[in-house]
Design a protein around this ligand. Structure first.
Ligand SMILES: C[S@@+](CC[C@H](N)C(=O)[O-])C[C@H]1O[C@@H](n2cnc3c(N)ncnc32)[C@H](O)[C@@H]1O
Length: 266
């Protein structure tokens, strides 16, 4: 007896691309669970999860038009914890990485641990991982800042435009409830205003969607445009925005102190 209560939780991700991105350890966790709950919105992945473990329950019905997402997330945690408290080994499956912009995954793990259950998260492939691959971006080159777009506007005016900038949920700025039809919010103009102050209108930006399909003919959606024309781009609830960095100068004093002769870039 290890002192933990009967029942456990593991959260896993399916990655972005149908079936291709799921890890072996995520597959094993789904297979071994006594109860699987999932929040994945495409039918083939739902079927795949069910083929791994028939005791599977979708939580997608907890979303509703006009319903605050925060309420939906609380209800998801309630369902997950209900199964854990009943003594089952539960696997909760989310798309992408289960810990990247997934509130109920973190909240359920924290609650389970606080109540004395074993709980852990397995890593998965996130939209940002796909962006690095599809756009050829190495976050080590200039540093990389990643924000939820609404949060960026509300809290992070002091960001560094000489680092790469990635903005998540850019298609639903200022929207706290669920949007079923993928209709983008009308607040993109406010983001354009803020970006223009830092980068100017002509600075390139990339409107990005990783492809969920494992076929070469169905590649990612990559719209290259400028800050000034960003409002004209097509965006959905799945859109992520990449803003390349402004040029930066090396700190010569620091180079000297570190004993480095010339600017180092990987
Ligand atoms: C609630 S977050 C979920 C992220 C997910 N857990 C992950 O690991 O990528 C939803 C946001 O992820 C990003 N996203 C999801 N799917 C995407 C895709 N196929 N391509 C680009 N970004 C995507 C978008 O910024 C979207 O608004």
């Amino acid at each position: 007896m290890n002192g933990l209560r009967k029942g456990s939780l593991v959260t896993v991700g399916t990655g972005i691309q149908l079936i291709n991105h799921i890890t072996h350890e995520a597959v094993q966790s789904i297979r071994n669970a006594q109860k699987v709950v999932h929040v994945v919105n495409d039918y083939p992945t739902q079927r795949y999860i069910q083929s791994l473990n028939p005791d599977t329950e979708s939580l997608n019905h907890l979303y509703g038009p006009g319903k605050p997402r925060s309420e939906t997330y609380r209800q998801m945690v309630d369902v997950i914890m209900g199964h854990v408290r009943s003594g089952l080994n539960v696997c909760a499956v989310f798309y992408g990485h289960p810990g990247v912009f997934v509130n109920p995954s973190h909240a359920a793990i924290e609650m389970a641990r606080n109540e004395g259950y074993e709980a852990r998260m397995l890593p998965g492939i996130s939209a940002e991982d796909c962006l690095f691959a599809d756009l050829g971006l190495d976050p080590g080159s200039n540093g990389c800042q990643s924000f939820e777009a609404t949060d960026f506007l509300v809290h992070h005016g002091g960001f560094d435009p000489t680092c790469s900038l990635i903005l998540w949920q850019v298609g639903i700025i200022g929207v706290g409830d669920y949007i079923a039809d993928g209709r983008p919010s009308g607040h993109i103009g406010i983001l354009v205003e803020v970006l223009r102050e830092h980068y100017g209108s002509d600075h390139e930006v990339v409107v990005y969607e990783a492809s969920p399909f494992p076929y070469p003919i169905a590649g990612p959606m990559v719209q290259r445009t400028t800050v000034g024309r960003l409002s004209e781009a097509t965006m959905t609830t799945m859109t992520t925005l990449y803003v390349p960095p402004l040029a930066t100068k090396a700190d010569r004093d620091m180079l000297g102190r570190l004993g480095l002769g010339a600017p180092q870039r990987s």
